[in-house]
Ligand binder design. Structure first.
Ligand code: ADP
Length: 266
């Protein structure tokens, strides 16, 4: 049974990836509520349906993310830091720095030649500079979060957004628009402010190419461009970037399945 699953229970979204012989054969995204054990089950079932496989065909399950201990049907857990590094290195072998912006935290991870974690830094406990910050500000301006990146890219006169606190930023962006600033210009300022916060974290671990952007916020094209501008470097992004933790978890599982510590040799 070479089919393995990586299940990433994040603060907002559960992600599952099914890997077989190094190829991704199924994946899923599912919202996270209060019943994390059930959310993990749903993520796995959705990925199995996507792949046209059954639970009995899965040889190993690895949990990651802040809710990894609720992947109760799994055999192993790994931190999301290790998994994002591993997944990013698998998809972009030249990766030396990962910036992961998720629903409630941002991490900068320095990665070695083999995909191992050398150092990392993460934001403090508040949501400033995370997906939540963008979700709240998008909502305050009447947009869905998947709309704001493309709109920000149309800005002609970006407006500086100075509030770092999510609650203050929400009222700042609303009042800027009420006072006549264009939403696209305010959104460009918002993206630039998050790019600056992420940049400070990246500086703490050391900036060196290649840089790979992971987490749900990497789906935001405006954020990709804002980071590239702040870094003066191109940034790797994959359609699997939001799944990167689950990809890494599945890779760790595949390794264990074939290792003396894994069930294959047990
Ligand atoms: P977590 O692991 O903490 O649940 P994710 O890495 O899954 O977080 O990222 C969730 C965040 O990604 C959301 O808060 C949202 O801001 C952002 N996001 C998700 N989908 C999109 C999208 N299509 N466009 C822009 N941003 C998105």
């Amino acid at each position: 049974m070479s089919l393995v699953a990586g299940v990433d229970i994040g603060s907002t979204t559960a992600k599952c990836v099914l890997l077989e012989d190094g190829s991704i054969v199924g994946k899923s995204l599912a919202p996270v509520g209060v019943e994390l054990v059930r959310d993990a089950e749903v993520a796995l079932e959705k990925a199995l349906a996507d792949a046209g496989r059954t639970r009995g065909q899965v040889g190993y399950v690895t949990g990651t993310g802040y809710g990894r201990f609720r992947v109760t049907f799994g055999q192993f857990t790994v931190t999301e830091i290790g998994c994002h590094a591993r997944g990013a290195h698998h998809l972009f072998p030249g990766t030396r720095l990962v910036v992961d912006i998720g629903g409630q935290d941002t991490k900068a991870i320095r990665v070695g030649e083999k995909g191992e974690v050398i150092d990392f830094a993460m934001n403090d406990k508040c949501a400033a500079g995370t997906g939540r910050f963008l979700d709240v500000c998008a909502g305050a301006l009447g947009f869905d979060v998947d709309e704001i990146g493309p709109i920000s890219l149309q800005a002609r006169h970006p407006v500086k957004v100075t509030s770092t606190c999510t609650v203050f930023a929400e009222s700042e962006v609303t009042s800027l628009v009420t006072r006549g600033k264009e939403p696209k210009d305010v959104l460009a300022g918002l993206h630039a402010s998050i790019a600056s916060r992420s940049y400070s974290l990246m500086q703490r671990v050391g900036i060196s190419p290649e840089v790979t952007f992971t987490g749900g916020v990497s789906r935001n094209e405006g954020m990709v461009r804002a980071l590239e501008k702040r870094l003066s470097l191109p940034v790797n992004v994959s359609p699997l970037s939001q799944y990167m933790g689950a990809v890494g978890a599945a890779l760790f599982g595949a390794e264990r399945l074939g290792s003396p510590r894994g069930p294959a040799a047990a």
